[in-house]
Design a protein around this ligand. Structure first.
Ligand SMILES: Cc1cc2nc3c(=O)[nH]c(=O)nc-3n(C[C@H](O)[C@H](O)[C@H](O)COP(=O)(O)OP(=O)(O)OC[C@H]3O[C@@H](n4cnc5c(N)ncnc54)[C@H](O)[C@@H]3O)c2cc1C
Length: 406
């Protein structure tokens, strides 16, 4: 018995592990010359692979998606930590519960994982771009040596979302599945940057600058969403950290109203009244910029954000200025391009899949990872769900292959 896994990201590799562990031979195909490119990119500034926190809080990150919640309950932070340890990589949990491999990078983990998979009999086929099924039902691949077909006993598709195309996840599979009648939702950006019409001054002077230790909030469809974090100014708008945390609410607001407002509290640890009192001290001949720097330690990009909000001079009245500092409005005009998003929503609809992640209308074909229509914030929740669905699809495919009553 052999299974084909198409897509060698975390979801596909975990599915391969589940199959090989129960004696099923596995061929892993990927379009790229090497595997796990997005996984490696995720590890560039520290691979946040999961999140250790209260179980209810953890499950709430999957936004009420009951089927996904069941899978991450079965293979969640605890199991991922143990699994990494089994590969000789200790886990490190940061002060906010983020779980990383001890050396932070993804490459030692991926290397150890690939060695173990190959020892268990998995065969890697890079540079194999899947192109659908031929009229006999065989899988078709384009390779540098020409067209190749394969007729596995089961297939797991783990083709990723539709962002960072240069790493392999181009979403081109969506039309292949839609052509087979599989229900899919259109791709949308998640954990993404947003566009703002900055003044020339802000665009020229502050791109790449972090805005640290702030409180951010917006009013999404599900009510107010808030976070204590930082973010980064880009030439076109905002990205990173707290912006990704609020991205689902901002995307909802943009879809609902065509616009969205992000509010920033520049001094979250000081009350309005205390700020106003400090600002009310006589400033003599000092400029407003110096006064703000000396009295409440606001300068640089934070000062620029205050000027962006007023479009000119700042309020002279200390109480009004304090109010602005505590809630700087930033008008969001749209999302940054889909290809730049950390993850994408949309893809294979849950309604097309049974409880083992098999396509209802295509017996023996399973799906896993970001290609399924779920969403989660950054913080380790994305890779956790990819590993959990990979595990579930691998187990589902093994059960299906080994079901003697079939
Ligand atoms: C910059 C960045 C940082 C991130 N950081 C984190 C983080 O710290 N924590 C976290 O949880 N998540 C993070 N993510 C998200 C995470 O990397 C993805 O959610 C995850 O990699 C998705 O896994 P997957 O296996 O579903 O798909 P992918 O990893 O996208 O793998 C899909 C594979 O399918 C292959 N493929 C696609 N089409 C075909 C085809 N037609 N034929 C053959 N092969 C094909 C691709 O080449 C690719 O190798 C980050 C993402 C980015 C872009």
């Amino acid at each position: 018995m052999r299974a084909a896994i198409i897509g060698a990201g975390p979801a596909g590799l975990m599915a391969a592990e589940a199959l090989t562990a129960r004696g099923v031979g596995v061929d892993i195909y990927d379009a790229m010359p090497s595997v796990g490119r997005k996984f490696l990119m995720a590890g560039k500034s520290g691979l946040n692979i999961s999140h250790a926190e209260d179980a209810d809080v953890f499950l709430s990150r999957y936004r009420g998606d009951a089927r996904l919640a069941e899978m991450v309950k079965t293979f969640g932070p605890h199991e991922i930590t143990e699994w990494m340890q089994g590969l000789g990589i200790a886990a490190h949990t940061g002060p906010t519960g983020r779980v990383f491999p001890e050396m932070m990078k993804a490459s030692p983990l991926l290397r150890a994982w690939l060695v173990r998979l190959q020892e268990m009999g998995a065969v890697l086929h890079p540079r194999h771009r899947w192109q659908g099924w031929d009229e006999t039902g065989a899988l078709m691949f384009a390779t540098p040596d020409g067209a190749v077909t394969a007729t596995p006993d089961a297939t797991i598709l783990a083709l990723g979302g539709a962002s960072w195309k240069r790493l392999g996840s181009d979403g081109a599979w969506a039309s292949l599945l839609a052509g087979k009648g599989v229900a899919t939702a259109p791709f949308g950006p998640s954990n993404c940057g947003f566009l703002v019409d900055w003044s020339d001054h802000l665009k020229e002077k502050f791109p790449g600058d972090p805005v640290k230790s702030v409180r951010l909030w917006t009013d999404g469809v599900g009510g107010r969403q808030e976070t204590r974090s930082e973010f980064v100014i880009t030439e076109r708008g905002l990205e990173s950290g707290g912006i990704y945390t609020l991205s689902a609410a901002l995307v909802d607001a943009l879809a609902r109203d065509g616009k969205a407002t992000l509010f920033v509290d520049l001094l979250p640890d000081i009350e309005d009244g205390a700020i106003a009192a400090k600002l009310a001290r006589p400033r003599g001949k000092q400029s407003m910029a110096n006064h703000l720097r000396k009295s409440v330690n606001l300068s640089g990009v934070k000062l620029a954000l205050l000027h962006e909000a007023t479009g000119g001079p700042l309020p002279a009245d200390p109480a009004a200025l304090a109010k602005l500092i505590k809630a700087v409005p930033i008008k969001i005009t749209g999302t940054a391009p889909l290809d730049e998003a950390i993850s994408t929503t949309g893809g294979v609809a849950w309604s097309a899949l049974d409880d083992h992640l098999m396509l209802g209308d295509m017996p023996g074909v399973f799906c896993a990872g970001e290609m399924i229509d779920w969403d989660a914030p950054t913080g380790g929740y994305l890779i956790t769900a990819c590993l959990a669905t990979g595990k579930a699809a691998g187990a589902g495919a093994t059960d299906w292959l080994q079901d003697s009553s079939r």
